[in-house]
Design a protein around this ligand. Sequence first.
Ligand SMILES: [Zn+2]
Length: 188
Amino acid sequence: MARYLIQCDCGKQLPVEVGQAGGQVTCSCGAILDVPQLRKLRHMPVAEDKKEQAASRWSARHGLVAMSLLVIFVLVIANIWSMWTEPAVPRFEPDAYIHNVNDRLKTITPAEAWNLLLNYRLLAEHGFPLIDVANRPEIERQIEHRHFLRRWSWIAAAIFATIAATAAFWPAQQKTRRRGDKETRRTP
Ligand SMILES: [Zn+2]
């Protein structure tokens, strides 16, 4: 129940309830004060408990903001982790390959050289095989999947950021609620 403050000449403020409207209250200084009619009373300053209500409303908004920020934080961390651990498509490095071949040619036995020669003839007929990393398609699929997940994570983070910003900076919402309070108070 909302309580309003009436000012006594002694400087004290007395909290009165809506039910006391039009009646009288006695201040601790002994003065007897007239409580204004309900219509006027509503324009009096509000006692502490009303402010606490407003505060709890604020803390509910803060809770929403905090939750949204937490979700955003988790999404961002997950995305950073995803980028960090993303498998790279292994690259075929021709220099290293040639170096490897040269090393082998130095240590090769005559029999092996003969085999190589046979293979070289095959090579002359068929050309170079396309040298590539065997699991490239699988890795590319994984990367594609991660990109997809990350894209949606950023979108979700943006949505939660909008929720947080709305809860934090939308004053209209509070005004409407206050008006609602007054209307329910008017009925009894
Ligand atoms: Zn007084």
